[in-house]
Structure formats: C-alpha cells, structure tokens
Design a protein around this ligand. Structure first.
Ligand code: ZN
Length: 411
C-alpha cells in the first residue's frame, strides 16, 4: 500500500517535471486544453528560430502555418522572423488556430484571424500612450556615458545628437560640465514604459553657448527650429564623422567614441578607428574620387555655395561616389583609413573656397527654411510652453536617462 502511494507520487512528480522541462510554455499548459474552450500561447522568437520551430514546439498544425504564411504574404513576409519579437497564438478546442499575432517591430503588429474562408492578415499600428518625460544632466566624458547605460538612453542620446548635428560635433566639441535639458515623449503600453518617442524640445549648453531646438510641423513635415523659427538645418553638418554612425554600433557606454582632432596644416585631422564611415558634409557633386599622392584615397566634393571639401587617407571609397555623381548631405562617401602619407588611421578633412583654404570650424552658414509667417504665432506659443518646461528641469550633475521612463525629473 505504502509502495503504491509512493509510485503515484513519483508519477505526479514526473508529470510536473515534464511540464517544467517544456520550458517557455505559458501558464496555460496543454493539460488545460480539455477544460478550456481555447488556449493562448505567447512567447518571443528565440535566436535562430523560425515559425516552423515554434509550431512544432507547441504541436500546432503545420498546414495552418503554411496557410497563415500565404495569407500574410502581401502584408508582411513571415519567412524570416526576428529574435525577441513577441507572438500570441490562440487555438480553439479542436486545436485549430483562430488567431495569430506577431509583433513586426515597435510600431506595428501582424494580426491574422481565421474566418470561414481561411485566414485574413492585417497589419495594425501599435498605439502607445504618450507621456511627457523630462531629463536634465551634465556631460562627463561623453554624451552617451552621461545619459546612461541602457539601450533606450543610447537611442535618446543619438536623437539629441541628430537634432544638433549642424551646430555641435558631439565627438570633439563636448566639455565636461556642458549641460542638456530634454522634453521627450515616453511611449507606454498598459502603463509600462516601452521606449522614447520624439524629443519635443531640447537645450544644449556647449562651452557656454546655448543651443535650443523646438519640434514643429509645417505642411505635414516635422522639423526642429530655433526659437526664432529658423530650421536647425544648414548647408554643412558640423563634422564629417557622424556621431550616430560612430556610436550606434556600440551599445555600451563603456566605449567612449571621443575622437582627437589636430590641425597641423590647412585641414583638420580626425583620428578615428579605421573603417569609421565618413559622411558628406553637405549636398554636393563629386569632382574627384580616387588616389592622389599624399592624400591617398581622396574624395573632393563641390557644394552649391562654392565651397569644396576634401576627405583624405580613406581606406575605401563608396562605390557610388564617382566624379560627376551627386551626393546628399550625410551620405557615406568612404571609410577612415591610412592610405597616402599617414602614420595612423585618420580622416584628413579640408575645406576650400576656390583655391583658398578655410577653417571649416569657423565657416558660419545660414540656417535652413523658416516657419512660415502664418504659422509663426502658433510656433511662438509652443516655444513659450516648452521654455516653461525646459526651465523647470534641473540639469542635476550626471542625472541619467536610463531608469526606464517615469524617472524623468518632474517640472
Ligand atoms: Zn591631415
């Protein structure tokens, strides 16, 4: 008798162990299928996994999978699914899939529903609840390290660097003690912070110079403007090495993408890792692309305002950058190297007007388009509202934006 109880207990443990071993099976296990009209399976795509693997793991109909793929082909190709993307599958009492949801990215979800005829696929936008968040801090070492360790903080730092890319070279211009204040949308789902949305307004004080940006939409196009309503865009970016391109490959603040610059001659030398992408400072026509003496691999661009820019010692020139072709502002034209007369990898950058060399750091160019007169009152009203919010932010020394949302400083 005693033995029998033990065996029964052993069997129960085995069943329990089997359930545990199945791993990521959601709370409703197969056991509950018999008691409930349907079951819901949810999880996230694992690394290297396909939907076929998911269907097999949960013993779902492979035939349904083929039909789901077919139904969604015109909306979103399901052949390749991305790791970490969540999915939810609902199955009825006969183990037929009634619903399949897959998160394509942060902004859209693929919804597939069964009806009498088969499956219907639809791509639905994810609607976030927006909350305003406020951040202020001081620079220590570099922008990314100062804003925090998380991926979200990195994305926010890159967004900030994009906004001021015409005014501040975030790789070489920053000083310890520079401060920033940011008003940004926090995107929430079911009360939980998901990611940062758009920066609505920002202020950056670099070596005592204050730059302010206000997000505003004109004729359906959203842009950032200074307080006078002039677009922050200019004919030339502040630097030929994009802070975003340098930084986004490194998700940890432990990497400090600080570059040294030297001005030993008529140009500027940016020391940077070999292979760092080099961007066209402004829209231009390529007038030279190839090898040239001490410059090594060189690209020369001619801009509409009469300026020429030189990019030397490149390890490689982008294929499409050929004499006579046009390039856009920010377009990658080549990669940092040490071809020609160079002791180590660096970008030799030079600006000329005619034959006369000019210091690119001292060239001042007019701002881009302005807010049209008929919208100026709306814009100024927004500026005043944002200024009140910015002023209330205390740029506490080394305040970090990496505590998931809600951690902003409330004005
Ligand atoms: Zn040089």
């Amino acid at each position: 008798m005693h033995k029998k109880i033990l065996i029964v207990f052993g069997l129960i443990s085995l069943v329990f162990a089997a359930a545990v071993l199945q791993g990521n099976v959601p709370k409703k296990t197969t056991e509950q299928v018999h008691h409930e009209p349907y079951r819901e399976i949810s999880g996230s795509i694992r690394k290297g996994e396909t939907l076929f693997d998911v269907f097999k793991r949960y013993q779902l109909s492979i035939e349904d999978l083929f039909r789901i793929r077919e139904a969604s082909a015109s909306v979103h190709r399901l052949r390749k699914v991305c790791p970490d993307q969540p999915y939810t599958i609902t199955v009825d009492d006969q183990d037929r899939i009634t619903n399949f949801e897959y998160w394509i990215d942060d902004d859209s979800i693929l919804c597939i529903t069964r009806n009498e005829a088969g499956f219907i696929a639809e791509k639905k936008p994810i609607t976030y609840e927006k909350r305003l968040l406020y951040f202020g801090g001081a620079i220590q070492d570099n922008l990314i390290a100062s804003m925090g360790d998380s991926r979200d903080a990195l994305m926010l730092a890159l967004q900030l660097s994009d906004i001021f890319a015409w005014d501040i070279d975030f790789t070489t211009d920053l000083r310890n003690g520079d401060t920033y204040r940011i008003v940004v949308e926090g995107l929430y789902l079911d009360g939980e912070f998901k990611k940062y949305g758009d920066i609505l307004s920002a202020e950056f004080v670099n070596d005592g110079t204050i730059s302010t940006a206000y997000r505003f939409t004109v004729g359906g196009e959203t842009d950032y403007f200074d307080r006078d309503g002039k677009s922050l865009k200019r004919a030339f970016l502040k630097a030929p090495l994009s802070f975003r391109r340098i930084s986004s490959g490194f998700s940890r603040s432990r990497y400090h993408p600080v570059l040294k610059i030297r001005r030993p001659h008529h140009g500027i030398d940016y020391s940077a890792a070999a292979g760092t992408p080099v961007s066209a400072i402004g829209a231009a026509t390529v007038i030279f692309s190839g090898r040239k003496g001490q410059y090594g691999n060189l690209v020369i661009l001619r801009h509409a305002n009469g300026y020429l820019t030189y990019y030397g010692h490149l390890s490689r020139i982008s294929v499409e950058v050929r004499a006579g072709r046009k390039v856009e502002q920010g377009q990658v034209i080549g990669y940092v190297g040490s071809t020609g007369l160079a002791t180590g990898p660096h970008l030799h950058y030079e600006m000329r007007i005619g034959n006369r060399p000019v210091n690119p750091q001292q060239v001042s160019l007019p701002r881009g388009s302005a807010v049209p007169v008929n919208l100026l009152e709306d814009f100024q009203q927004q500026v005043r509202a944002m200024d009140t919010q910015l002023a209330a932010i205390v740029p506490a020394a080394y305040a970090k934006a990496d505590t998931k949302g809600g951690a902003g400083i409330d004005p």
